[in-house]
Structure formats: C-alpha cells, structure tokens
Design a protein around this ligand. Structure first.
Ligand code: ZN
Length: 450
C-alpha cells in the first residue's frame, strides 16, 4: 500500500520530476506485476518481445506515461477488459498513452507492450547504465535509472512489483535473472529461461545476464555462475560466501530471498553491481588473492539493505550504501583481523582530509555515489552502535529489517527503531536526535564516536 500512497502524494504535492535522475514521474497508477516475454539474439544484440504490465490506477486518468529508452521501439500497445487506447507516442524516454475514456481510480487492467530493437545503455549523469553488450553476451546493471534500456516500466525505486521474466536465447548461452528458475525449455537450438520474482523488486534491481556460464555450487543457498575457465579463482574467492551469508543472517535475520547467486563476467567491470538476489562481479575482481573480499561482503549486504528494504527516494542512498559499507567492516571484525571501530577510525581520518561540503541526507545527483556517502554513512551507523551498545543496536536493526521487508523506507523509519533501542538501553532520545542531525543534516564532520 505504501507505494500507492507515494505515487498519489507526488501528484498532490506537485512533484513531477525525480530531482536525482531528472526523469518525470509516471503518476496516477502503480504496476503491480511485470510479465516480460523476450527473445534475445546475442550476435546482432537484438531484443524483442512483449511486456504485460499489470496496472492498478490510483486516480481517474485518461492518459499515462511509461519509461522506455529510445533504442527500444514500441510496436504495438493494447489493453484488456473494456479499455481502448486512442493513440500512443514514444519520445524523450517515455511512452505517452491516451485512452479513449477515463479509467476510474482503483481499476486493474493489463497493458501489453510489444517492442524491440538493439538495446543500449542509457546516458545519465553517472555514465552509461542499463543494458550492455559484453564480449559474449549481455549484462544489465541499472542503478539508478537504466531499467528502461530493456523493458517498459515505471522506473522509480519506490514502485516495487513482482515479475515473471522469460527470455529465449540461442544455445549455448545461459540466461540468468532474478528470482527462481521456474522452467527451462529447449527448442530448435534455443532455450527459454523462465524466472519468477515473488518478492517485490524495484525496477533498477531487475537484471538479466547472458553469457557462456558454468554453474558452481558455493554452499547451501549460494551459487556462482562464471566462465568455466575461471572455476579455480571463483572457488577460492567465494569459498566464504556461505559463511558470510550465515554471519549476516545471525546479525540481521533471515536472508530475504530464496537464494543468492553471484555472476562473474568474462569482461572486466569497473565495480561490482547489485541486483535483487544476485550480484555481478567482473573477472578482474576475482584474481584469487581476496583483494576484493570487502566487495563480496558489500554486495551481499545489499540484499538486506537496499534490495529487500529499499529506499523510495534516491536522496536516501546513504541508507543503502552506508549499511553495505558498514557490513564490509563487520565482516572484517568477524574474521578477527581488525575491529569495525578501528576501520571506522581510519576511514574517518581519510574523510577529515576531504572537503566537508557533502550533506548526507541529500547529497545531490552528482555526489550520489561519492565515496563520502558510503563512508560517512557507515560511520554514522557506527556512531549509533557505539551510543546504543551492541545488543540494543543490532536488535533494533533486525526489527527495522523485519518490519520493512519487501517494502521501502525513509530514514525516519530507521531512526524510529533507533529511538526504540535508546529507550530499551536507557539512552536519552536527545542523543539519537543529536547524532542523526549532526551526521545527516550538516556538512561539517562530527566528532569521531568515542
Ligand atoms: Zn553498494
């Protein structure tokens, strides 16, 4: 229900454009389920098919918009029930649809979009994101607004939906996607891969990975997909993956999805990327020397912080990245080589030598992925842990994750749980308010937590 409210509120408050992505909101409705039925031909990089969008209107409307990148051409649009489309136009990253009469608030219907083309990434403030061709296949990494590079959607993080993703590709390519593999059907040297995502997912976390991958079991519910020649390096780098998952479960409660997959691409990637239920690493991240172990922890942590519990607005990115970064330190602490406190201190020293002009509560589009968001966010979380003590702090984090599972939050939801912990631990509420204000709402670096 939360997402319905947020869409309606945007209209009421007159906010029409996402201040971070610069993309206009699609108002007046929610997409509750996506059924993507696609064919991907690797060599010509040709993607085509059909998206059935299960829509529920939240206000009376006779028009609506969807996000779809210009490389994907809309060929046909239709709706079920009595709903007729008068016309549609695709331009500026939007499909603009006009209906022949007003659809009342609360109506549910299915909009079918037939589309296709040579998918390419979307150009943004943060570089090219979304669909990308690889040496032998394709990958999708859409944070924050690359999803329309491959399917028509309502591309805003607060609008989560469930998915059925069917992709047919030529053999011998493997298609990996979010969720659970429901079926795999071979037909005339092609294979249809059908994945189902039952836990509501933000569009930017939807992904498909196409390549020649072998499957390696890492643990009970952890799997790796990688080119077969990387086997030894994969098994070395990810040998602690299951232990890491078990450790995070002990801190944060059950892993939020059916299983966890890592995909390692033949290509080198600048940074690893998170998707729901899976993470993507480049072959350069797994040299067999554990140099990037912290990133393995970081990406796994996003399954709790960012994926299961998402943010509705990009300005709150520190909640995702601060926690993912803090989890890197918790993992190191768990392994006994350094405490999170020592790590926080050394990163604090680095921060203290940088410009103090970043507002954690709203860093702005340009600095959204600035390292200071990650590190300052993590130290802010550490400051709360120090103030509350481990027991009260981790209990509150578990409660927060449990209550917000599969939905989206704002920082006030998180701090509500911190306040509960303060009451429990006999810490003054003023102290929590003072910490959150100093770390989030002012640019100077607060004192290092004692
Ligand atoms: Zn991250």
């Amino acid at each position: 229900m939360k997402s319905l409210l947020s869409t309606a509120l945007r209209r009421l408050s007159g906010e029409y454009t996402d201040p971070y992505t610069g993309v206009d909101y699609n108002v007046g409705f929610s997409i509750e389920h996506y059924e993507l039925d696609l064919v991907y031909r690797v060599m010509p990089n040709l993607l085509s098919g059909e998206a059935k969008l299960h829509i529920r209107t939240v206000e009376d409307l006779d028009k609506l918009t969807l996000d779809l990148g210009g490389a994907m051409a809309t060929r046909r649009l239709s709706a079920n029930k009595h709903i007729k489309i008068t016309r549609f136009r695709q331009s500026g990253g939007k499909i603009r649809i006009t209906f022949d009469e007003v659809i009342e608030a609360g109506e549910e219907f299915i909009l079918t979009v037939r589309y296709g083309g040579n998918p390419r990434p979307i150009r943004t403030t943060w570089g090219e994101i979304g669909w990308e061709e690889t040496e032998a296949g394709a990958l999708v990494a859409s944070q924050p607004n690359g999803a329309p590079s491959w399917f028509p959607c309502d591309d805003t993080p607060g609008e989560k939906a469930t998915y059925d993703i069917r992709v047919t590709a030529d053999d011998p390519f493997t298609v990996i996607s979010n969720g659970t593999l429901v079926s795999k059907k071979n037909r005339n040297s092609t294979t249809e891969w059908h994945y189902r995502v039952d836990s509501p997912m933000a569009t930017y976390l939807a992904t498909i990975q196409v390549g020649e991958f072998s499957k390696f079991q890492l643990g009970r519910n952890t799997t790796a997909w990688a080119p077969s020649h990387l086997r030894a390096r994969v098994m070395e780098e990810f040998k602690q993956q299951q232990e890491m998952l078990d450790f995070f479960e002990s801190l944060f409660g059950d892993y939020p999805f059916p299983d966890y997959q890592v995909v390692i691409t033949e290509d080198e990637l600048e940074i690893p990327l998170e998707a729901q239920g899976l993470s993507i690493f480049g072959s350069n991240h797994i040299m067999g020397n554990h140099r990037f172990e912290r990133l393995i922890a970081h990406e796994l942590a996003h399954q709790w912080f960012g994926n299961s519990v998402g943010i509705a607005e990009w300005k709150d990115i520190w909640l995702n990245e601060g926690f993912a970064c803090y989890c890197e330190w918790l993992w190191v602490e768990h392994k006994g080589s350094e405490t999170a406190h020592d790590l926080a201190r050394s990163h604090y020293l680095v921060l203290s030598r940088k410009d103090e002009d970043l507002l954690l509560a709203d860093p702005g589009a340009r600095d959204m992925f600035d390292d200071r968001v990650y590190k300052r966010g993590a130290i802010a979380i550490h400051a709360l842990r120090r103030a509350l003590g481990d027991e009260a702090f981790f209990t509150a984090v578990r409660n927060y994750l449990h209550q917000a599972r599969n939905s989206t939050v704002a920082p006030k939801d998180f701090f509500g749980h911190m306040d509960d912990a303060a009451l429990e631990a006999g810490v003054a509420l003023d102290e929590i308010a003072r910490l959150s204000d100093a770390w989030l709402n002012h640019t100077p670096l607060p004192k290092f937590p004692a």
